[in-house]
Every structure is written in C-alpha cells, then in structure tokens.
Ligand binder design. Structure first.
Ligand code: SAH
Ligand code: SF4
Length: 354
C-alpha cells in the first residue's frame, strides 16, 4: 500500500484514535498524547512525534499518514495581510485555503469540497463543477496547516469560515465532524461562536443544523428575493424554493434564538438598486423578534470571474444599498473581498491551475 493511501490520523475522532491505540496495546493516556501532538504541536511527520516511543511511531506510520496534501502554490496580497494557498491532495486534486489577517484576528476561509455541484453562475468554484467531497481530516488539515505557520509567529487561528470551495451542507457529515474536532477543548479548542458555516440554502442541512443545536454561526447565501432571479443565478434554488428556505431560516432563529446571516453578492444592474434593498428589508421583517433584528446582512460586491459577464456595482451604489438596510434597522456589513488582486475569490486559484 502506498503511503498516500493510508488513513490520515487527522481523519480520526478522539474515540477512534483511542480505539486504534488500544488495538496497538497502548495505555489509555496515549490517546490524549497523540491528540495533543496533532492539535497542539501540529505534527506533520512521525519524526516530530518525539514524545512517543520509537516502536509506536513505527507502528502508527505503518497504518496511518499524517499529511495527505502538499502546498503547491502560495500567494500574498500586496499588503501581505491575505495569504492564499493551493493545497494538492493525495489524489492530485487541489483546494484553496485563505488566511486573512486583521488587527487581532486571524481568519481562515476553508474548503469542504473539490469544486461544487451547485452551479452558481457567478462563482468560480461553481463554474468548475463537482470533483469530490473532502474528508473531515482534509477539512481539518487546512486549519492545522495555517495554525502551524501562525504558531511559529506566536499567533493562532482565531476564526474559521466555511466559505472556500464547495457547499458544506452537500458534505454535511464531514463538515460537522471537522467542526467537532476543531472545537474539541482538548485540541484546538476553537469557539463555535468563531466558526461560520455558509450554505447556498440547502433546506435539509439547515434543518439538521437546527435540530442538532449547533452553536456555530449560520450564513445563508441569499443574493435575491425574487424566486425567478434567484433560480437563474443559483440553479439549486429550484429544489429549495425561497419561501421554504425562509421558513427553515425562521425556524432556526426561533429555535436557537441566534442571529442568522444572509449573504448578498451585489451584482451591478441585477440586485443592487435601492428598490432591491427596500424589497430585501421588507422580506427580512419576519426576522424581527420582540423588536430585535435576529439577522445580519453581509454585502459582498461581486468578485468578477471569467465565466460570468457582470461586474461589481460602484462604491456609491453599494453604500446606498447598505444605507437602506440600516434605515430599516437591519445590521449589515460590506465585505470587501480582500485580496482580490490575488484572485482570492472563491475557487479562482484552483480554476486557473486545473
Ligand atoms: N457554498 C457555500 C459556501 C462557499 S461560497 C455558499 O454558497 O454559501 C461563500 C460565499 O461567497 C457565498 O455567499 C457565495 O455566494 C459567495 N461568492 C461566490 N463567488 C462569488 C463572487 N464571484 N463574488 C462574490 N461573492 C461570491
Ligand atoms: Fe457552490 Fe457556494 Fe460557489 Fe454556489 S457559491 S457554486 S454553492 S461554492
């Protein structure tokens, strides 16, 4: 068996790791030792596992791999605050992971799939089609990769957003297993409040997320409240109609008592006028509970992609749109897609390399 065909240790939950170590005749304390090696010391080779006896290192390396991908390309934005890495997986496919550094925050934008099956017309990942799901370990390792690098500078990953390539709820189990591992108090201990899962609006996924009382932030890619227009830019919306999506979002808000985020990619001439903003504000009225607005809108000026003709609106248009929402007491943030000059838009680097 080639090394790359071995299961990655990062694909195991703590109990699976404990079972594997017990099967190798190891005492119970070993599981925590290895777990901390993975999530505190960010091992990438068994040679680094110097706290383990040599015989155990050999036994583990015969059964498991540590690193299943290789960084093949890395680019930084002009201000050096955004770094984007193309990671080659063991089967040759590539995914992107982006680090955005702010004052005290280090936010990672990670991928859940190679490509995406949802086919959104404006999205570079959608334009490349679906290749395969990532395993939970492949999702987690994107965070571990950057955590290791930041650790060397005395820093840590503070926030993780599932907004890279792929649709997290089309790979639900791996996404949830990855979150559980990242949030494990004995490991990286990321706060669920600092993790955000973004979905194009897959209703069964939203319902499961609600029922499982997940504590991460939930973001829905809305982009239009006109069903015909929404289905034109988001083909999968035909299977997840707008009114049913709204019901699922409202049920989430009522069950969790938490704010939900809506993403709105502003496309010039399509969904960026004052009339669109007013219609959105009216649509969001149902999200006011006891006078409090339990939603937040993220406005993302379109990041141009080769397969989609339209452009981002002008700055004043974006501003005006935000003002209409603010006047209706709906909190909103304009997300300048940082690192645009390095093609940090979702899926753009991988598409160029493919
Ligand atoms: N599949 C998930 C998460 C990945 S995309 C989802 O669709 O929500 C993350 C966000 O980037 C989504 O809101 C998506 O609509 C947006 N996005 C994708 N391509 C974009 C582009 N070219 N310009 C602006 N936003 C884009
Ligand atoms: Fe997939 Fe999200 Fe891109 Fe749509 S926007 S194609 S769901 S990654």
């Amino acid at each position: 068996m080639s090394l790359t065909a071995l299961t990655s240790l990062y694909d195991l939950s703590f109990s699976e790791l404990s079972d594997s170590l017990a099967a190798l005749g190891q005492p119970p304390y070993r599981a925590l030792q290895v777990w901390q090696g993975l999530y505190h010391s960010y091992w990438e080779t068994f040679a680094q596992a110097s706290t383990l006896p040599k015989a155990l290192r050999q036994a583990l390396s015969a059964q498991f791999a540590l690193r299943t991908f290789t960084p093949v390309k890395q680019i930084a934005s002009k201000d050096g605050q955004t770094l984007k890495t193309l990671l080659r997986l063991s089967d040759g496919a590539a995914v992107e992971t982006v680090l955005m550094r702010y004052h005290r925050r280090q936010t990672l934008c990670i991928s859940t799939q190679v490509g995406c099956a949802m086919g959104c017309s404006f999205c570079a990942t959608g334009q490349m089609g679906f290749r395969r799901n990532l395993s939970s370990g492949e999702i987690v390792q994107q965070v571990v990769y950057y955590a290791r690098r930041l650790h060397a500078d005395g820093k840590a990953v503070t926030n993780v957003v599932f907004m890279g390539m792929g649709e997290p709820f089309h790979n639900y189990n791996a996404t949830i297993h990855a979150l559980d591992r990242l949030e494990d108090p004995a490991g990286m201990a990321l706060s669920p409040r600092r993790c955000t899962v973004s979905t194009v609006g897959l209703i069964p996924g939203i319902r499961r997320f609600t029922q499982e009382r997940r504590k991460e932030n939930l973001a829905i890619s809305l982009h239009s409240i006109d069903p015909v227009q929404r289905e034109a830019i988001i083909p999968i919306a035909r299977k997840h109609p707008l009114e049913a999506l709204k019901r699922a979002c409202l049920d989430y808000v009522h069950a969790s008592r938490r704010r939900i985020s809506f993403e709105w990619a502003l496309i010039a001439g399509t969904n960026d006028t004052v009339a669109h903003a007013r219609a959105l504000a009216a649509w969001l009225k149902d999200f006011f509970v006891a006078g409090a607005c339990l939603c937040h809108v993220n406005l993302i000026p379109l990041n141009p992609t080769p397969g989609f003709e339209s452009a981002a609106p002008r700055r004043e248009t974006v501003q005006r749109f935000a003002e209409v929402l603010q006047a209706a007491h709906i909190p909103c943030t304009v997300r300048l897609r940082r690192g645009i000059e390095i093609n940090a838009g979702c899926g753009q680097l991988a598409t160029q390399e493919a």
